[in-house]
Design a protein around this ligand. Sequence first.
Ligand code: APR
Length: 369
Amino acid sequence: MSVATTRRTQVAIIGGGPAGLLLSHLLYLRGIDSIVVERRDPEYLYQRVRAGVLDSSVVDLLVATGLGERMLAEGMLQEQMEYRFEGQIRFINWREQVGRQTMVYGQQEVVRDVLDARLRDGGKIVFDAQATEIGGLDRDEPVVRFLHDGDLHEIHADFVAACDGFHGIGRPSIPTELRLEYERVYPFQWLGILAEARPGREWLVTGAHQRGYAMHSMRSPTISRNYLQVPLTDTVDDWTDERIWAELHIRLEDEGDLVAEGPILNRSMFTLRNFVCEPMQYGRLFLAGDAAHIVPPTGGRGLNQAIADVATLADAMASHFDRSDDHDLEDYSRICLERVWKAQLFTASQTNLLQVLRPGDAYARRIQV
Ligand code: APR
């Protein structure tokens, strides 16, 4: 297939999720040109329901880079989390313990804010564009090839940032013999629902029940977000509204004031996984976000890690373009992986503590208690 168009930029970004879009915004603020290639259309991105809790450092970054206005007005600050476990209620208050608060603000809202800013600032984003190949990495002359409107296109760049999620083409572009992958897939899945129902608490409530894990959280003062641990064999059709609400009440030991019921706006099943790829770079290719690492959504780490990656990457690229200093780029993987493994440790231990890993195993249950 012949190449329909060839473009040149400083940074070719594959993927227009939170990582890719925010990276292009951070680069723009530093005067670095980029082109984002995204498989989906904007409407799909605006509606994709995913994570929803931001670390204080991420809140600070979004505010400092001009993306904080709506988040500060609509987001909900949280200072603690509640654990319900065999008739007892415990709190972890991170404002008291580490002096920080988190912000409840849906990932799709973050995506909307950054995408709107990119479109306003003339950001170059090609939607409905499927990247198929990253070439030239062995010659330090990277080129991203993608399909758009039935034609093949090319972007030549100084660097490629693969922000293309877990199933993208970035990670497999690192030769197998240079890549180590660490993975744990759990023997159950989660059913996640978004409901038009007032959250019962201003903080996240988690239930480590013998029947399985449950979580009651929120995306806004009128929208609740709830999760249930369910067997791998279940499908969404196995879970009627009545069954979902009944199970949430039981597992969260709800005495009637916690989980309000309401119309279910969105429901989906997803598997839980811990995953890390080492290294996160190969020549002029850099992986960021879900392309390089995955955590189960038990600890609100996924989105925050993705954002931390691109903040590090944007700084390192600025050192390269502004001062021809490549130390930070060479160190990118090491810097990110140190933080990434801490998040892995946290989410793996939360998962082991709170999920029923072996149903009916009384010993395992006592250890959790
Ligand atoms: N070509 C173009 N775009 C692609 C390709 C491809 N070959 N493969 C994937 N993409 C796009 C997807 O359509 C998606 O929009 O890359 C984007 C990846 O976005 P995410 O999966 O959201 O990954 P990331 O930006 O790293 O976000 C971090 O943290 O909270 C977690 O999983 C949650 O999405 C969240 C993530």
